[in-house]
Design a protein around this ligand. Structure first.
Ligand code: ATP
Ligand code: MG
Length: 298
């Protein structure tokens, strides 16, 4: 039965789609049958996988709003072991149409339930918001993976997101856990990147993935060629880092099974990281808080 992971951060441009596409392709390549659900009206995951805009193509909209069986909107992503539920601009309407619908927060969860057995991982690429599409994704998921860009003011918004997650746990999805916080666009030549990484590790500890995604031009180029980076340039640092992340996700899943905890969920702090050196623009090397990889349960 698939582990369903929402890739979410209401901040735009932090690497959600890049992570959905490249983690998805890396999991599939590791022989884990994977489905990527593009739940963003921007449709970036759809185009990054090589599917240009096509008004005739069925999308998540048909299932979410019109109730079509999910199998009918699922397509082969042209990579062994990888399927895609595409999106397009129609999905903008869904956020409005959902408001007046019955069971509006759980429509995606219900739609997915019938295909969970077919996959080992289902990754949901969320829009940069906390609207009903994002809520549907979080309601349907076992866990949330939060990409955070290693940049000035990176920590802003993280506490808002975690507060929202906590609220969702109390209301619509008590078993939602944190898959992990992922540092993206890391540049080891800059003190700022190192400082942001150190701040995040010291605040969130083992919830931060050991794997770090570097800023890498191949990752930025691959979508315009309609392919995940492992097929565009397998030797790039970007490809290596997502393969590493896939290994970490798989190994955490195995540890969870070993511990006999389906989706462990203890509480997590939601306070903002106090006066981070990074937000203050301060320098200093900063030693990484050294996270031994754990199960990343909340
Ligand atoms: P949105 O909130 O708009 O959905 P997002 O969080 O999905 O954005 P991406 O689309 O994955 O973010 O990334 C934003 C931009 O940064 C894209 O142009 C992408 O190619 C580029 N990018 C993402 N990760 C990296 C990286 N590690 N190195 C270099 N460029 C990257
Ligand atoms: Mg995106």
């Amino acid at each position: 039965m698939a582990r369903i992971i929402a890739i979410a951060n209401q901040k735009g441009g932090v690497g959600k789609t890049t992570t959905a596409v490249n983690l998805g392709a890396s999991l599939a390549t590791a022989e884990k049958r994977t489905l990527i659900i593009d739940s963003d009206p921007q449709g970036n995951a759809t185009s990054a996988l090589g599917f240009p805009r096509d008004p005739a193509r069925r999308t998540l909209y048909q299932t979410l709003i019109l109730g079509e069986p999910i199998e009918r909107v699922t397509i082969d992503a042209q990579i062994d072991g990888l399927d895609l539920i595409p999106s397009d601009r129609n999905l903008v309407g869904a956020t409005i149409e959902l408001v007046s619908m019955e069971n509006r927060e759980y429509r995606l969860k219900e739609a997915i339930s019938g295909i969970r057995e077919k996959y080992e991982y289902i990754l949901i690429d969320c829009p940069p918001s906390l609207d009903l599409l994002a809520v549907n994704a979080l309601a349907a998921s076992d866990s949330v993976l939060v990409p955070i860009q290693c940049e000035y003011l990176a920590l802003e918004g993280v506490s808002e997101l975690l507060d929202t997650l906590m609220r969702l746990r109390r209301t619509i999805n008590p078993s939602l856990s944190v898959e992990g916080i992922l540092l993206t666009m890391y540049d080891d030549r800059t003190t700022l990147s190192k400082q942001v990484a150190a701040d995040l590790r010291s605040f969130f500890g083992t919830q931060v993935f050991d794997s770090v995604i570097p800023r890498n031009v191949r990752l930025a180029e691959a979508p315009s060629h309609g392919m995940p980076v492992i097929f565009y340039d397998i030797h790039s640092k970007g490809a290596e880092s997502y393969i590493q992340l896939a290994k970490e996700v798989i190994s955490n899943a195995q540890k969870r099974v070993g511990q006999g905890s389906g989706s462990a969920d203890t509480g997590t702090g939601t306070a903002a990281p106090a006066a981070s050196a990074a937000s203050a623009g301060a320098g200093g090397g900063g030693s990484s808080g050294g996270s031994s990889s754990g199960s990343h349960s909340v």
